[in-house]
Design a protein around this ligand. Sequence first.
Ligand code: SF4
Ligand code: SF4
Length: 112
Amino acid sequence: MKDWGYSILKGRQIDFENNDFSISKFVAQHEPSSKWCISCGSCTATCSAAKFTSFNPRKIYLLIQRGETKGLAEEVALCMLCGKCQLVCPRGINTRNVIQNIKRALNSYHAL
Ligand code: SF4
Ligand code: SF4
């Protein structure tokens, strides 16, 4: 990383050079609407699983775009695939299929 004479706090850094983008690429290939997310959070506000757990679909979509996939398998396992998030997404994203493709990508590229 270039030395600018100052640095961002470690916890807030996104390491685009070394992060794993295989999952976001896989998801975008199989569900192109995944690229339209504007992180509005409507899906999380409506999510059945988020009401009872720490599950946060908006955060998951953001993290895969950043290539930050640590703990992703445990997170997506909380999704019940009910599809409520898809009904409220203002961008018309097939959010349920995004989650399913994240699971498929995890099975393809990473041992669950
Ligand atoms: S509701 Fe749609 S646009 Fe908003 S955060 Fe969720 S997936 Fe992204
Ligand atoms: S499909 Fe998954 S992410 Fe969407 S509302 Fe249902 S439990 Fe939440």
